[in-house]
Each structure stands twice: as C-alpha cells, then as structure tokens.
Design a protein around this ligand. Structure first.
Ligand code: HEC
Length: 181
C-alpha cells in the first residue's frame, strides 16, 4: 500500500475514534432525575416552548427566559392567576438561566453568555400534595463538562423552593406574569 493511502486510513481511524468517544460521552440530560423523582424528560421539547417573559436577577447577574407549555400559556390568556383562579393540572413553567455578558459588537447591549440552569415547576396535585400541588425541579449546567446535575441532596430541597414561592401564594405560587406583547 502506498504511504499516502496508509496515512489516509490512519486519519480516518482517529476521526472515527474521536467521533465514537464524543457520542458515547455526551450526556443525555433527559435521563436525569431530581431527588424528588421528577425527571428532566417531563419537559422534553421545552426548548421551543412559548415565552412568557424574560427576567433578570441583579444578585447573581443572571438573565432568564421563562417559558410555558400550552396549558400554562392558555391559562394566562384566560386571566389566571389575576382572576383568582389557580393554574390547571398539567401546567408547566420552565426557567432557563444564563450568565450575561456585554455584546462584543455593541457593549451597551447585554446578552446571554453561558447556560447556568434549567428549572421548572409542574402542577400535579395528587403527586405533590405537600407543596400545594406544584412539583419543583432544578438542573444546574456546567459548561466546562457540558453536563447537567440535579440540584438538591434529597427531596427536602423542594421545600426551599416552595417556601420562597409562597411569597406569591395569592398568584398560585408563580412569580412571573404574562406581559403584553
Ligand atoms: C429565595 C427565593 C426563591 C427560591 C428559594 C426559589 N425561587 Fe424560583 N423564583 C423566585 C423568583 C423571585 C422568581 C421570579 C423572578 C425570576 O425569574 O428570577 C422565580 C421564578 C421561578 C420560576 C419561573 C416561574 C415563576 O414562578 O415565576 C421557576 C420555574 C422557578 N422559580 C423554579 C424554582 C425551583 C425549582 C426552586 C427550587 C429548587 C426555586 N425556584 C427556588 C424566587 C425563588
């Protein structure tokens, strides 16, 4: 065999090896579960859900997009929670958080930088009676390893979420409103 053919084969073998290694090592986030049993896969496809609102936390400089499934979006459109009614069973609301940076091409504009978290709250009253019907889950993202990790040592983490969200008990425990667009 010619030298050139041999080196072409060698390159091919290396490329194939790297490709296999990457695809074997890539994490399937949807296999992860929060310590209270909620699976990441319960929001499968959330990447394309409708936007409810953006938000920004000044204490950790995090930009957020808050998204809802169809049940949640329709509930807002029906006037919930302003009309005193609760979000229906099956409502799911997702928050995606990124660190922020100044736009490299227009520094007055700030934009998402690195993905930090995906978390969500889902209404299932039978499943989550101790937190007023809402189930909480948070998955923290580490950009260095490109992996998500479920938040919380055990299922008591949800009480922490619930206690702070109780500030807006009158709005069925949901902070974010659906602004005009
Ligand atoms: C100390 C208070 C506090 C704690 C603890 C907390 N949250 Fe929140 N959460 C907020 C505030 C304030 C907002 C609205 C502003 C924003 O998006 O940052 C919010 C918004 C959200 C939203 C978007 C829906 C909404 O209510 O507006 C989700 C989803 C969410 N939180 C999930 C969680 C989960 C899961 C946990 C626990 C692992 C948790 N939160 C713990 C304060 C808290």
């Amino acid at each position: 065999m010619k030298k050139r053919t041999l080196s072409a084969i060698a390159i091919l073998v290396v490329v194939l090896f790297m490709w296999c290694r990457d695809s074997l090592m890539a994490q399937d986030k949807y296999e992860l579960k929060a310590p209270n049993g909620i699976s990441f896969s319960e929001i499968r496809g959330y990447e394309t859900w409708q936007v409810i609102a953006p938000s920004y936390r000044t204490d950790n400089n995090e930009l957020r997009a808050i998204l809802g499934n169809t049940i949640m979006i329709n509930a807002y459109k029906d006037g919930i929670p302003g009309n005193g009614k609760s979000f229906p069973e099956g409502s799911v609301i997702v928050k995606i958080g990124w660190s922020e940076r100044k736009s490299p091409v227009f520094p007055a504009a700030h934009e998402p930088d690195v993905l930090k978290r995906v978390e969500f709250i889902m209404k299932d009253s039978r499943r989550f009676p101790s937190t007023s019907g809402w189930g909480y889950a948070r998955f923290l993202y580490d950009a260095k390893t490109a992996t998500f990790t479920p938040f919380g040592k055990d299922d008591s983490f949800a009480q922490e979420c619930y206690q702070c969200h109780a500030i807006v008990k009158a709005k069925d425990f949901i902070f974010t409103a659906y602004p005009q667009r």
